[in-house]
Each structure stands twice: as C-alpha cells, then as structure tokens.
Ligand binder design. Structure first.
Ligand SMILES: [Zn+2]
Length: 564
C-alpha cells in the first residue's frame, strides 16, 4: 500500500492531452441511452481502490467497469475542501466548490448565530416520513445535471438515492422528481415536500417491507479469500469498536446495534457496515422500478451514492480489514446492480459514471509506521487557541464572555465580527479584518500539525501565481461561507481521535476513482487526461444532447464518446 505517497500533486502539473490507450480502439456510434446513472462511492480514494484492485472479483462491478468501460486514473477535485457535501455537489453540477457554493458540510452563519448544515432548509415533512423534514438543496448555487435534464428533455425523470441526505440532495438538486435518503432513527427511506406533496407508493412499499430489519443479527465476516486481507491488521488500538456492545474491533461481528430488536442503534450499525451499501442498492432498484426509469426512449437520470464505504473508513481506517471487506462487498453490489439494470433497462441501453465525493488519508499510525511524518491531535482546537492568544496580545482581550473566533471546523476559523468591531479602534473595518486574519493565520500556522494557514482575504485578492495549494484553496471559497482563515494541515496529520479522515487539499483526499461505461464509451480503455469528478455531468449532457451544466469545468477527451 505505498500508493498514497506516489502521486504527490501529479494531477496539478500534468497537462497531458487526451490519450486513449487500451484494447477498445475507436469509439462506436451509439444510440442515446434510456438511463444515465451518476454513481458516487463515498470516500473511495484512488489509492484505496488501487490497493484493493487485485482482490476484486473477476465478475465483480469493477471488473465490468474496467473491461467494458473507460477508466480515468487522473481524476481529482480542484477544490481543497475534500468533504461529502462539496464533493457530491461537484458530481451533480460539474463545478468546484467555489462555484456551487457548498464549501463545507457545515459553515458558520452570522445571520443565524450558529453553524448551518449544507442541506438544511425549512421544509415540511410528509405525514408518513416526519424524520425527512427540513432538508433541501437551497444552499446550492448552481444548476445540476438533473436540473438540465428536467429543463431540456420533456418527460425525463430524475431520481436520487443515498444513505446520506446531503449526498442524495446535492447530486440531484431542486427539480428532481424525487430525492430520498435513509434516516437512522427509523431505518426508513425518506424524502420531503421539496420534491413531492405525497409519499410515493414505491417508498411506502419499500419501508413497509422492512428489508433492513431482515439484516438484524446478520454476522459480518470476511467475504474474500485470506489473501484479500494480506498485510492488514484487524485489531488496532485506535479503531472504534463495532457498535453492537461487543466492544471489539475485529471481524466477525453480528449487526444488531446491541439490541434484541431492530431500532435506532441497529440502523446506525447498519450504516457502519456493508449492509448500508446493500440498502442503498435495494433502494436504487426500488427507485428504478417505482419510477419506471429507463423504461422508454425518453432518457432518465438516476443519482446513487453508496455512503457506508466512508463511515467504515472513518471508524476502522481505510487500511483496515473492515474497510477492505466493505469494498470487496461493494464490488459485488455494483455487479448485482448493473445486472439489474441490464434486465430492467436493456444491456446496452444505460450508462454509468462512477466516482467518489472525496478520498481519504491513511491512519497516521500506519503512515508513521511507513516512515512518514504523521500524527494526530486536537489540531484545530490548538490552532484556535493560538489565534485567540495572538489576537488578544495585539488588540487586547475580547469583551467578557466573548471570543475572537466564534467557530472552527473543517479547517476554517470564523471570527466573531462584533468582537472585531469592538476592538478596531482607529482602524477601518476592512483593515482590522485583514490584520486580524493575518495575525490569526500566522499564529495558527505555527501550531502542531499545520503546514500553513492563510487569511481568506489574501487568498481571494492575491494572484496564486500557479501555486497548486493556493489555487485549490481558492476553489474552496465562497463569500460569506468559507471562514476568515484557512488552515492547511500537514500531510498525514489528522485532527481528532477518529482513526482516519479527509478534508485536506492533499492528493490522497482529492484523487478519486472514475469510470464511465455505456453506449458509445469504448471498452477497456484508460484515458490519461486529467478530469474532475464532475466529468459525468459533461459526458451525460453529451450523451443526452443537452447543454452541459453552467458551472461544469470538464471537457470530453477526443475519442471517448460518439453518439449516433
Ligand atoms: Zn467522511
């Protein structure tokens, strides 16, 4: 698993022209697909996929994607904010975070006096699905591929399914026919009045059948042969125990939530196990059938995001037995889902683009054991304390009960603007803000685990002069949302006690998998051209003969696709 150390910023400096290599040869003329599928696998870094690649099944989903489709080894996010909300919004709009506005999973809102979640929006619940309330795409600033499909293809349907609300919502957007996700309190597939005024019958059926409850007591054991886990250590002290009361960090484990009956604890453990992906696949199949997706010549769009790869990676580490096993099982789920689409839609009548919302770093302990400078700690808390101290030294203590920094999260510091105003003295507000930002950044950058910190105003107003780091940070900024200081953690350093995470501008967090397969896409081809995970929006716009989304940054490499 030396992969994460190999391609440092390679995608940023490569200016390779599209070069198709492989046995596929020239593209074929193809009919317009009846169904296009945007598929995200949450947290599937390219390095994680490469490490597991020898162990995927010969008849698995990845083998089919590689054999029948195109593989893009140079797919990376432009933005530094390698998080779930920003990534799914890019997959749906084709734009980096600075364009679509979902710059973090949550950000400080001075107007609300609190942090706001990227898909929170006042929205009435449906009577049967009360837990689906107050979610919507209202903070998304760009139109999605789904919006374009609805606007330009009369009769087309757009449907989105995920375990996570933000994944389903941000991939599809406002004008989708239905967007649905799971809620762990009830294990229900839910939606709300942002999309429908009545719960669709297929969702009622899906929830009444309680397929999820059928997994209560299912024992999660290793799925692959022993060599598929070679070199992986199952029991590591920094892993989080399985949430079934066993207090163990090893497989096998029953999935019960530690309770005799299904309930919130069980549904939460389902999410932190491969069963979460199975449930998303089942919901995807129900959505295809329930909405008649791909059943006629009017093309439809399905967005589907498998969330459990992410939470399993966070909980046990992407270099864990559990994460490897979840990926091997996902390979099967993809094969099953593709076979289902063959039956429902027709083997040559649907297309898929598979990518990920962000990557992940290895556990710092693993990195350290491989000779890399790595570590963990309450890094952002320490950066905040250092910034508070430096600001107080420069400008005096903030008013009683107040702090200079009102919120820290996802590598941003947000000032309490009222405190800045109260301490600005003879300075004008802009000068005070600039000085405070630079002082806070300098202090934060000097704390443990940080490589750099920048005043947001400096990033926005200064030419990045080709510096890949500052370019990536700029692409993660949106006025009013991204904070006043941007923190850059050192590679392989982790904030907090969670085994592994993402959210940095480093290659392991930004370089993700990408595959395209479908009519007109040459088989078994590797495209070396750099793309972003928003590429699917451009490919599918071309396949459907509609304009690409307004913020989409990718272009189609020559030879990838030709429509009849
Ligand atoms: Zn995550």
């Amino acid at each position: 698993m030396s992969r994460p150390f190999v391609r440092f910023t390679a995608v940023l400096v490569l200016a390779v022209a599209a070069s198709a290599q492989g046995r596929g040869g020239p593209t074929v003329d193809a009919p317009r697909p009846r169904l296009v599928v945007l598929c995200s696998i949450d947290q599937l870094a390219d390095w994680v996929w490469q490490a597991a690649r020898p162990h995927f099944g010969k008849d698995g989903g990845f083998a089919r994607l590689l054999g029948n489709g195109a593989y893009f080894p140079q797919c990376a996010y432009e933005h530094a904010c390698s998080e779930t909300g920003p990534g799914h919004a890019t997959i749906g709009t084709g734009a980096p975070a600075a364009g679509h506005g979902i710059v973090r999973n949550a950000w400080w809102s001075p107007a609300d006096g609190r942090a706001v979640y990227c898909v929170e929006e006042p929205m009435a619940a449906l009577p049967e699905l009360k837990e689906g309330k107050d979610r919507g795409p209202g903070r998304l600033l760009l139109r999605t591929l789904g919006d374009g499909v609805k606007a330009h293809v009369p009769g087309a349907k757009v449907v989105s399914v995920s375990w996570k609300d933000r994944a389903a919502i941000l991939m599809a957007g406002r004008s989708a026919d239905i967007v649905c996700w799971f809620e762990a309190t009830t294990g229900n597939l839910v939606t709300n009045t942002a999309w429908v005024d009545k719960t669709p019958g297929w969702i009622v059926d899906f929830n009444e059948k309680r397929a999820i409850d059928g997994f209560h007591g299912w024992v999660w054991d290793r799925f692959g042969p022993p060599d598929a886990y070679a070199g992986l250590v199952d029991d590591r002290p920094y892993e989080v125990p399985h949430q079934n009361g066993s207090n163990q960090r090893t497989l096998p484990q029953p999935v019960t939530g530690g309770k005799p009956e299904p309930g919130g604890a069980f549904y939460t453990q389902v999410y932190v196990s491969p069963v979460g992906n199975t449930m998303v696949r089942l919901a995807g199949e129900a959505a295809v059938r329930g909405n008649g997706l791909g059943s006629d010549d009017v093309p439809d769009l399905l967005c589907i995001s498998f969330s459990s790869v992410d939470i399993v990676g966070h909980t046990f580490g992407p270099d864990s037995v559990e994460a490897r096993d979840t990926l091997l099982r996902l390979d099967r789920e993809l094969a099953t889902f593709f076979a289902f689409l063959d039956r429902e839609v027709g083997a040559d009548r649907w297309a898929v683009f598979v990518t990920a919302d962000h990557g992940v770093g290895p556990t710092p302990e693993w990195a350290k054991a491989h000779g890399v400078d790595a570590g963990r700690g309450l890094l952002q808390t320490q950066a905040r304390a250092a910034a508070e101290k430096a600001l107080t030294e420069q400008f005096g203590a903030p008013p009683e009960g107040k702090r200079w920094i009102t919120h820290v999260g996802e590598f941003s510091l947000f000032f309490d603007q009222a405190v800045l105003e109260s301490k600005q003295g003879a300075l004008d507000a802009a000068t005070m803000h600039r000085q405070a930002s630079r002082i806070a950044a300098a202090a934060a950058a000097g704390t443990k685990g940080f490589a750099a910190a920048f005043a947001t105003s400096d990033l926005l107003e200064t030419d990045p002069l080709g510096d890949p780091l500052r370019i990536a940070l700029r692409k993660a900024l949106c006025p009013g949302r991204a904070g006043d200081v941007q923190l850059v953690v050192k590679p392989y350093w982790l904030d907090g006690v969670i085994p592994a995470s993402h959210g940095t501008p480093h290659p392991y967090d930004r370089e993700v998998v990408a595959f395209a397969m479908g009519p007109g896409v040459p088989a078994g081809v590797r495209f070396a051209a750099p793309i972003t995970p928003g590429f699917g929006t451009v490919l599918f716009a071309e396949m459907l003969g509609i304009p690409k989304p307004p913020g989409a940054v990718d272009t189609l490499p020559a030879g990838l696709f030709r429509m009849r």
